[in-house]
Write a protein that binds this ligand. Structure first.
Ligand code: THU
Length: 132
């Protein structure tokens, strides 16, 4: 399924709205039913209002009715050959909230080999629903 996810992410990255950074990112989430739900970064002149690709894809998935148990894997892609689009701290926290701790997270660009993580490995000792 990696190839299908990457293909979906590549298509979605063309819709990234990045007039300020020109750093395009997209994300593709694989569902148990085989569907792939995508998102991309959308920037704003008021910079902090920018939404990252991962959160866009996750919110898209939830808005379509998917739950964390439906989501098998999230692939994060940037169409460049110089840096990996590692998820920012805010996105790691949102992934902890909306995905299972052992859900696969794949990070990839156009040059380097894909890297495989889990939600938990990207944000250990997280503050989550179990903390309250
Ligand atoms: N960005 C993402 O969308 N996801 C990441 O994994 C890293 C950063 C975006 C936010 C902003 O639009 C641009 O990349 C540069 O920070």
């Amino acid at each position: 399924m990696f190839d299908k996810m990457l293909e979906a992410a590549k298509a979605q990255s063309q819709l990234a709205y990045t007039p300020y950074s020109n750093y395009k990112v997209s994300a593709a989430i694989l569902m148990k039913n085989g569907e792939i739900v995508t998102g991309m970064n959308i920037e704003n002149a008021s910079f902090s209002l920018t939404i990252c690709a991962e959160r866009c894809a996750l919110f898209n998935a939830l808005s379509r009715g998917y739950k964390k148990e439906d989501m098998i894997s999230i692939l994060i892609y940037s169409p460049n050959n110089y840096s990996m689009p590692y998820p920012c701290g805010a996105c790691r926290q949102v992934m902890v909230e909306l995905l299972n701790k052992n859900t696969e997270v794949i990070v990839v660009n156009d040059l380097l080999k894909p890297e495989y993580y889990t939600v938990e490995s990207l944000l250990p000792h997280s503050f989550d629903e179990g903390s309250l």
